[in-house]
Design a protein around this ligand. Sequence first.
Ligand code: UDP
Ligand code: MG
Length: 320
Amino acid sequence: MNPVYSVIVPCYNEEACISETHRRLSEVMRGMNESYEILYINDGSRDKTALMLDDLAASDPAVRVIHFARNAGHQIAVSAGLDYASGKAVVIIDADLQDPPEVIPQMAEKWKAGAQVVYGKRGVRHGESKFKLLTAKWYYRVLRKLAGNAFPEDTGDFRLADRQVVDVVKNMPEHARYLRGMFAWAGFKQEALVYERDKRFAGETHYPLKKMLKLAAHGVMSFSEKPLLWPLWLGLVLLGIGAVVLLKVIVFGLLGYSQAASVVPMLLLLGFGAVLAALGVIGAYLARVYEEVKGRPLYVVARTLGFDKPTLPTGTRMKS
Ligand code: UDP
Ligand code: MG
């Protein structure tokens, strides 16, 4: 029998956190009085994480462990968890107790009341640098401008998702994974749950600036084609100004005024404008190629009526 809840916990060098995380998480899950499994994904840790997880699996029948052969990154670790999870609802939570497990029952309540994704929205954030808070705030604002308002602000991967939505995300085969965006893309009934984000229980962040920037780039580049078109718009503006200068050179030249001073700016505007516009045209095609390569489902069906087949959760690419 599939459990009601699967909890996915990605772990990378978390030896200092795992015991306490498992203790608090298990307490919360037991308190919910329904079946559950906890999936720990060891993302190629080099410390004692692997041993500790094996011990947990040996002593707790609710524990499942997936050991990666090497570090693949947080988003991939969570994706593996989604593949292996069998619960009716799936919870994604960090291993460092920054996302308090005690919030999970509230998420489950909202799920039972009909929400299909309950995402944790960070109210207060403890123990984060000013730099991180400020960049995160602006990043989500820019992302919403570029990719659309379906992307919730101040939201990480801490969430509960219904099986139906999990199956949709599993059917998005892209490698550049930005899971919070993929869940938003799926649609369905999504609700926020505001929570206080704690500071790390122990250890240090495994998201140095470089990984952070990579994730941020995935967010923009996997969900917006607008940047690829920017050169086109800029090029057209320059061509427009260049054309006005050209007209001026011709008219005033014919009237006998010297136009020598205008010729170089005019050529620069027309030249750069043409090059940028051409780049933008390439960008427009590239955006289409990228869209095809991503291979996402064309549409996501929430439910159907009047067919004798069971509802297919996703579009044409659903394998079944
Ligand atoms: N993590 C992972 N693989 C990585 C980096 C991080 O599985 O390559 C896990 C980590 O163990 C934690 C979660 O992802 O459970 C979030 O990482 P972290 O707390 O270091 O990031 P921060 O909260 O500082 O953004
Ligand atoms: Mg953390």
